[in-house]
Design a protein around this ligand. Structure first.
Ligand code: TMP
Length: 200
């Protein structure tokens, strides 16, 4: 049976580094894997990503565009792949909207829940890996980034609110979430990921 696995964490938590590792671990188990991302994952979604990462906009607009891109992603990519028996690994999904737009920007959770119901009904990831790291570490990692986007340019308080919102989501949905301590060494994180993938 296919599974929908999402990866989450504040910018600089290092999740993107580990996506190929997770995909390879799943492939080693004989699964077909599709790696995708949000915002993005479709031609229209990638155009919306360009706007979201670089154009100033109201937090509600940001939320609506995230869900517009998600609608396309779900219908064109995620659901068809799952129906073919493919494992889908998405670099971010709706938990990111609760963390960034609610936690970070202050949009009410009620608004986001309405959009969530509209766009995805009761569809949810089977597993969410939350890469968690103190904000002092993630912002230090970001400091070296070239040409930071609209989110990466935000301050430590913004990322602290996002981290806390992610941890609150993990506490609300303990069966779906696994928290990865992203302050560990690359080798230790790989070991943790191996044991998680083996348990799927
Ligand atoms: P990325 O850098 O992980 O590719 O993600 C792009 C940015 O988009 C990142 O700063 C988080 C942000 N984002 C949101 O604010 N809300 C969302 O719903 C998603 C999917 C991403």
């Amino acid at each position: 049976m296919s599974k929908f696995i999402t990866l989450e964490g504040v910018d600089g938590a290092g999740k993107s580094t580990h996506i190929p590792t997770i995909a390879n671990l799943l492939r080693a188990q004989g699964r077909e894997v599709l790696v995708t991302r949000e915002p993005g994952g479709t031609p229209l979604g990638e155009k919306l990503r360009g706007l979201l990462l670089h154009e100033a906009m109201h937090p509600d607009t940001e939320s609506l565009l995230m869900f517009a891109a998600r609608r396309e992603h779900l219908e064109q990519v995620i659901k068809p792949a799952l129906a073919r028996g493919v494992y889908v690994l998405s670099d971010r999904f709706t938990d990111a909207t609760f963390a960034y737009q609610c936690g970070g920007r202050g949009v009410s959770a009620d608004k986001i829940r309405q959009l969530e119901t509209w766009v995805q009904g009761d569809f949810q990831p089977d597993l969410t890996l939350l890469f968690d790291v103190p904000v002092s570490v993630s912002t230090q990692r970001l400091a070296g980034a070239r040409d930071p986007d609209r989110f990466e340019r935000e301050n430590g308080d913004f990322f602290e609110r996002i981290r806390q919102a992610y941890l609150a989501r993990a506490a609300d949905f303990p069966k779906r979430f696994r928290i990865i301590d992203s302050a560990k060494t690359l080798e230790q994180i790989t070991q943790d990921l191996e044991s998680i993938v083996l348990s799927i």
